[in-house]
Design a protein around this ligand. Structure first.
Ligand code: CP
Length: 319
């Protein structure tokens, strides 16, 4: 499968995922050797309209480890010409003249698709509002395969803010590619998984259960995928946020209910939905998961950049 723009998780098929993960394992060795200079003439632009620690730093580290260079704005809404009224489309057209690929995080669903529509160079969606976060889903899937051994047959609980969580949406799309998967969705009623994902899962043979008791689900699953209640998506509805936070917390008591070889994942950042006491348990996989983000993003960049950048389209009056 040709990879150019990376906009949504469902664009990946299983052979491409398998190939990407083989390359990811090789990237772990590349990092151990200190990096490579395979892409030393390439430039990546990271254009972030929302805060980030893991995604931006891991993409930028990935590019450096591959020998490339990075141009970046971490607060595009304030520090780019958007603050003067420039459109996203014009910003992308301008960056096409400077960079070989663009990594974009934006607060609006569909922003990455809009950017790709006007971009000759690859656009990678690093999160579009509550829409999708496909590269997070890739690293999540890689982590599950590495820690559990297989995705087929997976039993997983997705917990917390499933309505606003773009990572769980993208991961659900990817799990729809695998056999005999059962997902338990555990969320406060206002934050339950949206119907578009439930419909997609049903159409792709993934069994799911919506469950209010986390204690009932913990003994059943190999992966507990915890998420943060996203306060920033509630706007001024602070009372609604307060009703939802703290309902589902992973703590020492939760670990006692879990299987001995099950793992706890979280896209991070966490606030209070995983107690610090869990960090010491070998089943706490979330820091290993974040580390895998570097390797997966190196593999993805290498895959996307393996073709030379295409030249600008000729003007109609040129031969
Ligand atoms: N998981 C994730 O997207 O983290 P950041 O918001 O820190 O990039």
């Amino acid at each position: 499968m040709q990879l150019h723009h990376v906009i949504e998780a469902q664009q990946f098929d299983r052979p491409t995922l398998a190939e990407l993960f083989t390359l990811t394992r090789q990237m772990e060795q590349v990092v151990e050797r200190g990096g490579s200079d395979a892409f030393r003439h390439r430039i990546m632009a990271t254009l972030f309209y929302e805060p980030s620690t893991r995604t931006r730093f891991s993409f930028e580290t990935a590019m450096h480890r591959l020998g490339g260079r990075v141009i970046s704005t971490e607060n595009a809404a304030e520090f780019s010409s958007v603050s003067k009224g420039e459109t996203l489309e014009d910003t992308i057209r301008i960056l096409n003249g400077y960079a070989d690929l663009i990594v974009l995080r934006h607060y609006e669903v569909g922003a990455a698709q809009r950017a790709a529509a006007v971009s000759r160079v690859p656009v990678i969606n690093a999160g579009d509002g509550p829409g999708q976060h496909p590269t997070q889903a890739l690293l999540d899937l890689y982590t599950i395969e590495k820690e559990i051994g297989s995705i087929d047959g997976l039993r997983i609980a997705m917990v917390g803010d499933l309505a606003n969580g773009r990572t769980v949406r993208s991961l659900a799309y990817l799990l729809g590619k695998f056999r005999d998967v059962h997902i338990w969705f555990v969320a406060p009623p206002p934050l339950r998984m949206k119907d578009d994902i439930l419909t997609y899962l049903a159409e792709h043979g993934v069994e799911y259960t919506e469950e209010s008791s986390l204690e009932k689900v913990l003994p059943e699953v190999a992966v507990v995928y915890q998420t943060r209640i996203q306060k920033e998506r509630f706007g001024d509805r602070i009372a609604d946020y307060e009703k939802c936070r703290g309902l589902y917390v992973i703590n020492a008591a939760s670990l006692r209910l879990m299987k001995p070889h099950a793992i706890v994942m979280h896209p991070l950042p966490r606030v209070d939905e995983i107690s610090m006491e869990v960090d010491q348990d070998p089943r706490a996989a979330y820091f290993r998961q974040a580390q895998n983000g570097l390797y997966v993003r190196m593999a993805l960049l290498a895959r996307v950049m393996e073709r030379p950048a295409s030249p600008p389209a000729p003007r109609p009056d040129q031969p």
